[in-house]
Design a protein around this ligand. Structure first.
Ligand SMILES: [Zn+2]
Ligand SMILES: [Zn+2]
Length: 325
């Protein structure tokens, strides 16, 4: 499924040519690919790809069919291919443990073709072994919703009372990890979204309610997953002194102005961008020990546009996953 230009929709290309794996690359038979809100931002042109046509998709689960020279992966191995596709290894970020900020980074499904396909190629150094006990569908959402959600959770430090703003694919994973760590979790959704609120309570949130209303008590940290700038000052108002608002998305509508008093007393606002390979290893090691259980809705590859529109319309519980074979 290719995106020809910002605005979409995606177009099925039944006879796409298969690329030979280059040096260091693996050719991967895609079994499943998670659908991420970033894919929707790319479709809408809010996040610009470096070239079109483009195959989106950056939560890929597949098996290695062939490898190019120097690629250290076994044929037949099950691998996960995440958002981070390549980094330079030389810039000030790469050399200080922050490859997520690499100035020349390339991203799967943005700069290189991704997983809304039956085959893809990936740099073997950025592919990961996946934990046993997860089917291909269930593993897919770990690869971005899980990894970047977990990075956002780490930015919350030792916050005991955690607010999650927007309860989609990422929050449903982060909630389980946070409960496992002994944190108290509060879910903030649209006022009338009773389904998401019930889902959040089912996964261990002790409260779920209106994101724009008052919080039931002060929070030590809040993660904003929904791409709605107005949630940032709302989350800030819910924080105890010293608390942090962590914005986990790649794109958000503008943040309205707010009184400085809401920020004062060492509250902070920060964003989380991308992932490092260390983040990936950490979450993929932790997930089976929680154990994180992902809730997925499967779509055939031909129905990728439907999956994206269901995500846009808030009609999903957990994560949408495209299943290719
Ligand atoms: Zn993503
Ligand atoms: Zn770099």
């Amino acid at each position: 499924m290719v995106l020809d230009a910002p605005g979409g929709p995606l177009r099925l290309v039944p006879d796409a040519a298969e690329r030979e794996p280059g040096p260091g690359e693996a050719l991967v038979a895609v079994h499943a690919c998670g659908v991420c809100r970033t894919d929707l931002h790319i479709l809408d042109g809010e996040v610009k790809a470096s070239r079109y046509p483009l195959v989106p998709g950056h939560q890929i689960v597949g098996t290695v069919l062939a490898t190019g020279p120097g690629a250290e992966l076994e044929r037949g191995a099950r691998v996960g291919v995440p958002w981070l596709a390549w980094t330079c290894g030389e810039c000030r970020y790469c050399t200080s443990g922050r490859e997520n900020l690499c100035v020349r980074a390339r991203f799967t499904g943005l700069d290189v073709d991704g997983g809304y396909a039956t085959r893809t190629t990936a740099d073997a150094r950025y592919c990961f072994a996946l934990p046993d006990g997860y089917g291909d569908l269930e593993a897919a959402p770990l690869l971005c919703a899980g990894l970047i959600g977990h990075r956002a959770l780490r930015m919350c430090g030792d916050a005991a009372r955690l607010g999650l703003y927007g309860f989609g694919a990422s929050a449903h994973i982060v909630c389980q990890v946070a409960r496992h760590q002994g944190r108290r979790v509060f879910a903030f959704t649209r006022a009338d979204d009773a389904a998401s609120q019930a889902f959040a309570r089912e996964l261990g949130c002790e409260w779920a309610g209106d994101a724009m209303g008052p919080a039931p008590e002060e929070l030590d940290a809040a993660i904003v997953f929904a791409p709605v700038g107005a949630l940032v000052p709302a989350a800030l108002r819910a924080l105890a002194p010293g608390g942090a608002v962590v914005c986990a998305g790649i794109h958000m509508s503008d943040i309205p102005s707010f009184p400085y008093a809401d920020l004062w007393r060492e509250r902070s606002i920060r964003s989380v961008a991308n992932l490092t390979r260390a983040d990936a290893r950490e979450l993929l090691d932790l997930a089976p020990r929680v154990p994180v259980r992902t809730r997925v809705t499967a779509y055939s590859l031909e129905r990728a546009n439907d999956a994206l529109e269901d995500l846009r319309g808030g009609r999903l519980e957990g994560a949408a996953v495209i299943v290719t074979e």
